[in-house]
Design a binder for this molecule. Sequence first.
Ligand SMILES: NC(=O)c1ccc[n+]([C@@H]2O[C@H](COP(=O)([O-])OP(=O)(O)OC[C@H]3O[C@@H](n4cnc5c(N)ncnc54)[C@H](O)[C@@H]3O)[C@@H](O)[C@H]2O)c1
Length: 469
Amino acid sequence: MSSAIQMPERATPSAEDAQRSVVTVSPYSPSTSLHDRFHAPTSLRNPLVLHPSQNENLRILVLENISMEAVKAFTKQGFLVDHHKKAMSEDELVKIIPTYNAIGIRSKTKITERVIRAARKLLVIGCFCIGTNQVDLNTAASVGIPVFNSPFSNSRSVAELVIGEVIALSRQLIDRAVELRVSAIWNKVSKGCWEIRGKTLGIVGYGHIGSQLSVLSEAFGMRVIFFDVLNIMPLGSARQVDTLDALLAEADFVTLHVPEIKETINMISHAQLAKMKQGSYLINNARGRVVDIPALVDALQSGHLAGAAIDVFPAEPGANGAHFDDSLNTWASDLRACNNVILTPHIGGSTEEAQRMIGEEVSTALTRYLLAGTTLGAVNFPEVDLRAIPPDQKESVRVCHVHKNQPGVLRQVNDVLSPYNVEKQFSDSKGEIAYLMADIANVSAGDVNKLKELIDGTSANILSRLLIG
Ligand SMILES: NC(=O)c1ccc[n+]([C@@H]2O[C@H](COP(=O)([O-])OP(=O)(O)OC[C@H]3O[C@@H](n4cnc5c(N)ncnc54)[C@H](O)[C@@H]3O)[C@@H](O)[C@H]2O)c1
């Protein structure tokens, strides 16, 4: 078959070309309804399986004892996986990384600029954890490497812990247990101990965790109110209140589920604690700096608050076994001395289930990027997806083109694609990086390499891949 590709001669696309390059919205993109997806043709539920035009055997380096489920998922896709239990130093990584196409890490492995520059074949980074501070996200994006993480896989674990804390605070459970276990003191009291039924839970931040908690607490017969900067549809019988002050004045338990941003640092300090009801409780499983802890200590010592549960702290030890003392946070011993205070070492999201979910979510994101080009959920990259290619649409090529976000790029790319029927195309940008995906039909095997060469040759190209059916 003769090649359909010619070097483009036109500077501007014809009206016909322009029509072809109109963005088509995928039924699998976030903008379509569940109904649309459910009623998609059956063929799209068994899409054409794509594979990279180069790099048939993609190699993945998996560090830090990431779950075996993730390793199995990669192996099932035909990837070659090297699985290590420990983290690697920068020097070790620089030596080993040039042969890998993907890497999976947790929080201990640092992916620095030096590591990224050495990673000549690296296509994607998976953080099998919540945070991504350990990766130089800007450098990764600048060389066309998306980074994925799993920010919400432990929401349920946190919500369940809060339920436990609400009951434990209400019954002074930890104080009674410590008295009996540590000091052998029998102290059977009912004064100041309450059922949680009929009490009001005030949730600050009604996102993934806050909304989950809303449902669980209603099942215990609690009334739920919440405050959020966004207007959010309440779940169950929950009610949104207009201000934080209104929530503080009404709630028996105040629980914080906001991100740590400029506006939320010390959002609970002296003034806010004073607005809380006499004998109420504060729970913080969000981020350490959201609560002004010396102010909380005052409110507990004065008896204005009846208790608190704190899982996160402004300064946290870097390793297990380290001392949580005044050298770390000057107020640590004062807080530890307060009655009915539950202190936990940032374990809100630490469950086996959350680890498994993280493994599933991040391995799926990496696989979808490597084999389908999808960047939905990437933290440093424009999020782009295309609907699946029907299985009967043979000789299809999916173009995945990471480029600099500058004028004229689409015209150049569309000139390259113009000899073909562009089935669908979608492009988005984030900062200086843009990402275009396009599905084109009837591309002969002989054309694939030439097509790649032409796209690589466009002036703003950062990294291009072709996935073939
Ligand atoms: N303790 C743990 O182990 C643990 C585990 C997971 C998450 N977290 C923390 O929990 C917090 C919530 O996580 P999430 O997954 O529910 O986040 P999310 O992004 O889903 O929800 C946060 C909500 O807070 C709202 N919000 C933002 N600023 C606000 C403000 N000033 N006032 C009121 N509402 C505001 C947002 O609109 C959003 O609805 C985060 O800080 C996260 O880091 C802690």
